[in-house]
Design a binder for this molecule. Structure first.
Ligand code: ZN
Ligand code: ZN
Length: 120
């Protein structure tokens, strides 16, 4: 009677192995598809991180004139005059080049750590 039970158990185990194997194959196919769709979803996730350079204003201060719109120009006589900044045409600001004027931080900068402003 033990032999008979063992046989029944073996059949049952074989069925489990078969089902498990089939399930494993299905999972092996499904998992990469799941990861692929998950990564695509994260790419499409709206990026609302504010640009760290312009803080979402989409403009950056002109470094040439420090936002004054004018730069001091020393004349031949030694006299100093203010003249319109050639870099920003007197606006004192430029379109933020980091976010290309979107005010949103580019995704490739997401996880970077930046030094405090004023180091350069
Ligand atoms: Zn300027
Ligand atoms: Zn910006």
């Amino acid at each position: 009677m033990f032999a008979e039970e063992e046989t029944a158990l073996n059949v049952f185990q074989t069925m489990l192995l078969f089902l498990g194997g089939a399930g494993g194959i299905a999972a092996g196919v499904a998992v990469p598809m799941f990861y692929q769709s998950a990564s695509e979803a994260s790419e499409k996730r709206p990026n609302s991180q504010v640009c760290f350079v312009c803080r979402g204003t989409a403009e950056s201060m002109c470094r040439f004139c420090s936002g004054m719109g004018q730069t001091p120009m020393t004349l031949g006589s030694g006299e100093t005059r203010m003249s319109i900044c050639v870099n920003c045409s007197g606006a004192g600001k430029k379109v933020c080049t980091t976010c290309a004027g979107t005010g949103i931080q580019p995704r490739y900068l997401d996880r970077r750590v930046f030094a405090e402003e004023g180091d350069d």
